[in-house]
Design a binder for this molecule. Sequence first.
Ligand SMILES: Cc1cc2nc3c(=O)[nH]c(=O)nc-3n(C[C@H](O)[C@H](O)[C@H](O)COP(=O)(O)OP(=O)(O)OC[C@H]3O[C@@H](n4cnc5c(N)ncnc54)[C@H](O)[C@@H]3O)c2cc1C
Length: 366
Amino acid sequence: MKRIGIIGAGIIGTALAYHLTKCDDVDVIVFEKNQIGSGTTAKSAGTLCLIDDSLPYEFFKQRVTCLNTYKKMNDDTHGESEFIKSGTLVVSPTKAEMKRAKLHVEASQLAGFNAKFIEDPEGLVKYLPDLNSEGLLGGAWTPDDGYNNPTAASLIYARWAREQGAKFITHANVNGIQTKDGVVTGIQSSKGDYEFDTVVCAAGPWSNKVGALAGIDLPLVHTKAEVFILKTTEPLDYEFPILKYPNWYARSEGRAVFVCKSHMAMDYGKAIETGIWDPDELSLSGGTEEYFFDFLTDRLAESVPKLLDAELVNDWLGYRSVTLDKLPIVGESDVEGFLIATGMSGNGVILAPDTGRILTNYIMND
Ligand SMILES: Cc1cc2nc3c(=O)[nH]c(=O)nc-3n(C[C@H](O)[C@H](O)[C@H](O)COP(=O)(O)OP(=O)(O)OC[C@H]3O[C@@H](n4cnc5c(N)ncnc54)[C@H](O)[C@@H]3O)c2cc1C
């Protein structure tokens, strides 16, 4: 029997618990210091797009697998994960972005999805009537993708994992990682000590702290992820798709519009955008700053001016946990038996199903 402890019940920890408990002879316990899916996962846009420049083309297969996995989850639970098939409009302001979008359109078609590149910028307005297409070179339209509610998806994964034998201990803060001769032997938590053969850090932006408990300095920083929820005075008479510009994006949020700066646009050299902060100090809403307001106002003025008059009905701040190359850290560490699944940057939701599968294979075939 393999005893595995997971620290963190966000989308990564719950997906991993689900995949691990599909295997025989495992004893899986997930420790969550708050509630399931209440960390970064709860602040996420949950976009599951076929075309996105934030991961290299090599990750395209994972995008497809994970999008299909989430669609199936939504079908199997009769809509419980709140997947909205909104489609995504990826606009191309430059030739480089146009080239990338075309490559992904071709790959999406080969993978069996509807996708097309619209060469005439005015043709983009069909998909987003309030778009100002001036200055754009065209754009890609993928009608089969969309977004889900990542907290709902985490709760589903947790329920499925429990049904397969996993145990979730919530409001349990892991405050120590026990090792002997460089090998993990267990954890200490506010709800008791436990012995394990393998411990996985799935602690999102808390991973620096959790890594330090095992004496590991993870190469991670935080970037700010600020969100505005905007409501137009007159309700929009069309469904707002996911709209992707290279450095910001938007999607519908009920009758309102969710707008966020892309993690690719965050400047690692600017202390206001990148640093190492304490995620425990984040609150459920508020926390956005003036610079972000200015950034978005400028972007909206040139792209969807109608939203400039919209009322700001909510805002919040989250931290993305990022590595310097903006790619995740998944696998072993210098402490034997202490594994890492973090640094998901702006892609933790879309990557979670495959991260769970890959890490399960690694742990079970070790
Ligand atoms: C505004 C915003 C928009 C985003 N949009 C997208 C998107 O469109 N698509 C996408 O794929 N990704 C998106 N992301 C990124 C995505 O949300 C994250 O990558 C993902 O949620 C990370 O999940 P996680 O499970 O690693 O971390 P979290 O969800 O942060 O989970 C970590 C958990 O660990 C727990 N924990 C921490 N320390 C301890 C401890 N010592 N003991 C016990 N428990 C502990 C925390 O309480 C927390 O619940 C977005 C992020 C933000 C902030």
